[in-house]
Design a protein around this ligand. Structure first.
Ligand code: AMP
Length: 304
């Protein structure tokens, strides 16, 4: 790691700290991320190799944070570890939204910026899905922003996540549930690309509101947040829902109409949001279809 000058800690992910560093030779800023991918006596385990090469392949998209290289390092106990070296971006969407919300200059994000960020997010998600990869943990903290260029890129691509997202991070911090799809919360085991589109919908609403749409603090509370706004799902609008593993009897709520909680969005934006927030995963709009939604008609797509 002598190649890099460690500058400061920039974040804490589910699996470890992220450091800002400088490539001493080129001066390029990078983000260093220690992985859980430990090496055994035989070297890099094949599962780790598979994940890293998948990440490398996906990161050829402009809308996915670029993996520059992978470094082997021995930690202080002589244990070999893998570090991932990513391009550095100056902020993430959570911090970016915070700068708009925080007084004294509290203001909304410009509608054209929300439109552009959402388009880039759908591009990145469509790219992952076309390669058969689900992200499973999309949230504003995982979306990196280049403020100057107005670019958004997806980070933290399910490395080592296998089939589930842990409930606690490595520092025992609770992993956020706010963007988790109802089928995941209800214990569905065969979930699909639609889980990411639920998260995209939550993020879309949050950019407009500057506040999380469903800030639940337990899996049960998370479901109640969702049901209170969208109505308690039924076998009619979501066939099979009552057979899901964690289904219980819930209070019966009528749908409230999403416009009440995102008055900032105009008709096309609301229509797209509603299509992202369908209970039945089979009815939820795909990333690819979202790119063609009328909400993006006024966007200059040539820049993408
Ligand atoms: P992650 O584990 O990818 O969710 O990263 C945790 C936090 O570290 C993020 O919320 C960002 O603030 C920061 N971060 C991660 N990757 C980068 C990067 N490539 N450039 C700048 N900051 C990053």
């Amino acid at each position: 790691m002598e190649k890099y000058e460690k500058l400061e800690k920039v974040g804490e992910g589910t699996y470890g700290k992220v450091y800002k560093a400088k490539d001493k030779e080129t001066g390029q800023l990078v983000a260093l991320k220690k992985t859980r991918l430990e090496m055994d006596e035989e070297g890099v385990p094949p599962t780790a190799l598979r994940e890293v090469s998948l990440l490398q392949m996906l990161s050829h998209s402009l809308y996915i944070v670029r993996l520059l290289c992978v470094e082997h390092v021995d930690n202080k106990h002589g244990k070999p570890l893998l570090y991932l070296v990513f391009e550095y971006l100056d902020t993430d969407l959570k911090k970016f939204i915070d700068t708009y919300r925080k007084a004294p200059n509290s203001r909304n994000l410009p509608p054209s910026l929300i439109q552009s960020f959402l388009y880039q997010l759908c591009k990145g998600v469509a790219h992952c899905h076309s390669h058969g990869v689900l992200h499973r943990d999309l949230k504003p903290q995982n979306l990196l922003i280049d403020k100057e260029k107005g670019i958004l890129k997806i980070a933290d691509l399910g490395l080592g996540r296998a089939f589930t997202v842990p409930l606690k991070s490595y520092t025992h911090e609770i992993v956020t549930l706010w963007y988790r799809a109802p089928e995941v919360l209800l214990g569905s085991t065969h979930y699909s690309t639609a889980v990411d589109m639920w998260s995209v919908g939550c993020i879309f609403a949050e950019m407009a509101r500057r506040q999380a749409l469903f800030p639940g603090d337990s899996e049960y509370q998370q479901l109640l947040h969702i049901f209170r706004l969208l109505g308690t799902p039924t076998e009619k609008n979501w066939p099979g829902v009552s057979s899901l593993r964690d289904w219980h009897v819930y209070p019966q709520w009528e749908p409230q109409g999403i416009e009440r909680v995102v008055p900032q969005l105009e008709a096309d934006g609301l229509d797209l949001l509603v299509k992202m927030m369908k209970f039945n995963p089979a009815d939820r709009i795909s990333a690819k279809a979202a790119l063609d939604h009328p909400y993006f008609d006024s966007l200059d797509k040539s820049q993408f």
